[in-house]
Design a binder for this molecule. Sequence first.
Ligand code: C2E
Ligand code: MG
Ligand code: MG
Length: 723
Amino acid sequence: MSTSNATQLVLVVDDDSITRVLARETLEQGGFAVEEANDGLAGLSAFERLRPDIVLLDVMMPVLDGYGACKALRVLEAGAHIPVLMMTGLDDSASINRAFEVGATDFITKPIAWPMLVHRVRYLLRASRAFLDLAQSRARLTNAQRIAKLGHWEWNLATGEIQCSDEIYRMTGRTREQLPASRESLLQLLHADDRPVVDEALDTALQRRERFNADFRVMRPDDSIRVVHAQGEVQCDGFGVPARIEGTAQDITERKRVEERIHQLALYDSLTGLPNRSLFKEQLGRAIARAERGGGVLAVLSLDLDRFQRINDTLGYEAGDLLLQETANRLARTLRQTDFVALSDRNEANYFVARQGGNEFSVLLDGVHRAQDTANVARRILEALARPFDLDGNEIVASACIGIAVYPLDGKDADSLRKGAGSAMHHAKQQGRNGYQYYNAVMNTRALEKLALESHLRKALERDEFALHYQPKVDLENGNIAGAEALLRWISPERGLVPPAQFIPMLEEAGMIVEVGAWALRKAVADHLRWHDQGLPAPRVSVNVSAIQLRQEDFVAVLAHAIKDGAARPGIDLEITESLVMHDIESNIAKLKAVRDLGMDIAIDDFGTGHSSLAYLAKLPLQTLKIDRSFIITMLDNADAATLVRTIISLAHSLRLIVVAEGVETEEQAKMLRLLRCDQMQGYLFSKPLPFEEMTALLKAAAPGERAQGKVNPERARLREAP
Ligand code: C2E
Ligand code: MG
Ligand code: MG
């Protein structure tokens, strides 16, 4: 149909030539062009040929009547929407009905009032053009929406009804009938994680009567997922009450996919799948910002495979690629398995591995407790890489060098840390392959020392280099020896007497504390029995246990085994550092109750340093509380510390605990503690920790015969700790 102003063509189909002539004359005068056909069939072929703008169709005709012709016309693509004016007999409502049934646009009754015909035709053409324009623009819109994967929806708030365009059915993979109509069931179509977000966005939009925007995943019946971006606007009624939300939904799955791919390409290494240099830098920057705020330590390890070029040259690039991939795997695995709890006190240590390019990798260790601990990680990585690699049937042995830079020691920004780690790595290469180096010279010396210490420590148990010293606890009221603490000593032939602060963390890290701790228990039991056998008033001996021991499944069984000798049973108690018990309180409570059932008392050690909650303290099956030395030191000069000590003592007494003050060195401190009603004290004032023989001598001196004149003389008892 022509939409221009050009002359419009009317096809007149009638077997009556008079009607045709009159119609032609009238219409031509009205400015139309006219063509004729004398029966239905001829009319159809004329239509196909001439493509008129409107058809005038007589009902009664030979060959094919008007109904048949109209029906056939409507089937044709070009005829579907063409206006058809049927000329029917007067007052014949049956034929009028039939005319509409077969698709006539309008009818005009015979005899025809010719002057009206032009108006009728003009009116029909105008209406038809409006209809076609609308249909066309709707089709264009639908098409555009389909191309843009954009759907329209409207939610009637009063009825709860939701209307959607076809595109939305396509997006959701559901037909009109399958798509549920309520908000709740529509939300069920979304990914579970996205439901609350969309629900809240809708609520907010309704409350504030504002636009809403949401991206979410639609789960389709075939299990595929489409990502959809929806926007909507709240429409209010005349009273300002929300009546409906109208909006669009766009399938942005492809766009997201492309974005992800770009992200992947931009931030990840395609060979190993590891984050690349830029992502590493970004992560490092973030970790530094966190450490700046939280005061943490972090380390950057720069790792370079040794002689990588030779593998490329001799076995080919594919083998080289395999080696890089396997290196990436081993790095990730090693870091996953490394027990960072030993490294971090915040229990949130984290690592991040990246490929810098070539044969160079980087590791970020975040939340490191002590800088020197990173050497352990470096060593484990080197061990993991030292195992032979199987490169498509070729077994090769690789090695690497690692450089370590530590924040804030070696640099305060990402670039200087990376540079520091890089130069430390080159230094490691110069030292020979398969090693690690700190950027910082002092750290290097320390790491070396630590390594040597550790290797000696590993042999200490079998060489029988450990000993227990005993430090008496004294009753503040009567001066009697109320107990003794067993303190572990390492008498190393290379280093002399090594203080526990230096080697116990190392034992813990290396997992050796379990074995050494069990040894200490057995030793304490044996010593206690010896005092007993010598007829001495054997004091209760308290043995320190480490968190790692406590964490062992068979902790209680090991204890039971160590004290299985009946005589020792009432004599051995445990000391556990406050912060450690609080760590995993629930499971510790159960274990400590079992310890109590073995007849052992439990003391909380270093109290005041671990931020215990009082509620928890009451839950633990404790008998004794040891106030940390730091409070005793400050107590005399600092009123706050004194108040704290007083509070701790009265709190402990209200929980029926015995209070022991640790590290009492002066008479003034003892006097003050007596005033504050502290029960016992332990410290250099009375005695340093003593080797077994000296402790035995002290016990003899305190034995009933010796005690005739009253209290043990501290002056006499204060003996020097043996080397
Ligand atoms: P701790 O259990 O709090 O032991 C008290 C520490 O304070 C001992 O240090 C003791 O020698 C020291 N001390 C006692 N009186 C005074 C004093 O008047 N002044 C000063 N300055 N210090 C005093 P030591 O023997 O070096 O032990 C340190 C820590 O090592 C212990 O602290 C304990 O946590 C741990 N430890 C010792 N033996 C063992 C053991 O067999 N197993 C475990 N897991 N840890 C142990
Ligand atoms: Mg202790
Ligand atoms: Mg202590």
